[in-house]
Structure formats: structure tokens, C-alpha cells
Write a protein that binds this ligand. Structure first.
Ligand code: URA
Length: 198
């Protein structure tokens, strides 16, 4: 059992509407010592069904771009701001985001990533605690205190944005490329694929 098992949320009932709409709680996935943490908004239908973040169409877009920049999906950690699927895929409310914040902060603290990549407006505004025009600010890196610790955060558009608006493709690709560079810069011994205990 790794430390991350501690934050595998299994029985939360803080958000009545989400308890109603979810079929299961979708926890983060990926190595406990990953250098990069991707944070999405919340599970969609496919994630709710599969029990893993970013396994639907957005996930395919993300996986493909990760491969392109040499960051395999299996080497990064992927999680969401809320762990339960909102009804009709609406955005999570402020209250729901706050209810789930503790789980996210704990995951960040245990992982201690070199860089947190926020995918889209909801996670970016949630973690930076300000309004953000993600398309404009994608690719920029900010230092932000999360919990008690200063963190490096890279703003990225949501992978789904590239499906609706082709012009966002390059923005997305450039930001993911930047994530790979930031993960390398701090170059922990052995790099991305090292797994403690193996
Ligand atoms: N979109 C998200 O923000 N998160 C997922 O897990 C899937 C799609």
C-alpha cells in the first residue's frame, strides 16, 4: 500500500447533487512520485463509467500529445478538481469545488510534483484563485501557494478545446511541450519513469 491509498476517496457524501449523479468516485491515477500532475475539472460520462480520469475523448487528445513530447501517460499523475461526475456535465459549483479541495491539496502534497498543469478554466481559476483567460494565458508558469507550500503551476487549455476549436490545438501542444521541459529541468535522478521500490 502506498501513501496515495490514503487519499483514495471511497465514501464521500459532501455534495448531494454529485452523490446523486455519480456512479462512482473517480480518484487520481499515476505514479506516486510523478514529476508532473495534470488537474482537470471533473469526471465526464466515460470517466464515471471507467473510474479513471481522462479516459474519454479528452483523454485521447491528452494521451496523444503526451506521447508526442515524450511524457507517457503512465509516467504522469492525472486527477480532477472534483472526483464525482456533475449532472449533465455541468461545471462543478463553487461549493462542490470547495468540498473537494482538501482531497486535491492532499494529493498535491503527497506527490510533491515539479509542476502542476491545469487543464482548462475551472482548475486554473480554482488553484490560482483568480479569474483567468486560459486561452490567452496558456503556457505561462506561475508560482502559487497551495495548502502551505509554494508550487509551480503551468496554465493549459482543456484538451477538449482542441476538438471544438482547431486554432487551440497549437496552444495546447505548446503548453504540454512546456510541461515536459519543466519536468526535465528539475531532473530528479532517473527522470520520469523511476518508480520507488522497483
Ligand atoms: N475532462 C476533465 O476535466 N476531466 C476528466 O477526467 C475528463 C474530462
Amino acid at each position: 500500500m502506498g501513501e496515495m491509498d490514503d487519499l483514495c476517496v471511497t465514501d464521500c457524501t459532501r455534495c448531494p447533487a454529485l452523490v446523486e449523479s455519480r456512479s462512482q468516485i473517480v480518484n487520481g491515477t499515476g505514479p506516486e512520485d510523478a514529476d508532473v500532475l495534470f488537474v482537470g475539472e471533473g469526471p465526464g460520462a466515460r470517466e464515471d463509467e471507467g473510474g479513471e480520469p481522462f479516459v474519454g475523448r479528452s483523454g485521447s487528445v491528452l494521451d496523444e500529445q503526451l506521447r508526442t513530447v515524450g511524457l507517457d501517460r503512465d509516467t504522469v499523475r492525472i486527477t480532477n478538481c472534483v472526483r464525482c461526475r456533475p449532472p449533465e456535465n455541468r461545471d462543478p459549483t463553487k461549493a462542490e469545488l470547495e468540498n473537494c479541495r482538501g482531497y486535491l491539496v492532499r494529493e498535491i502534497d503527497l506527490l510533491d510534483p515539479d509542476v502542476i498543469v491545469t487543464l482548462g478554466k475551472v482548475p486554473t481559476e480554482h488553484l490560482l484563485e483568480r479569474d483567468v483567460a486560459v486561452t490567452k494565458e496558456a503556457g505561462s508558469v506561475e508560482d502559487v501557494r497551495i495548502g502551505d507550500t509554494p508550487r509551480r503551476l503551468l496554465i493549459c487549455v482543456h484538451p477538449a478545446a482542441t476538438l471544438y476549436d482547431r486554432s487551440q490545438e497549437e496552444t495546447f501542444q505548446n503548453a504540454i511541450q512546456r510541461a515536459a521541459e519543466l519536468a526535465d529541468v528539475d531532473g530528479s535522478e532517473g527522470g520520469q519513469t523511476r518508480l520507488d521500490g522497483f
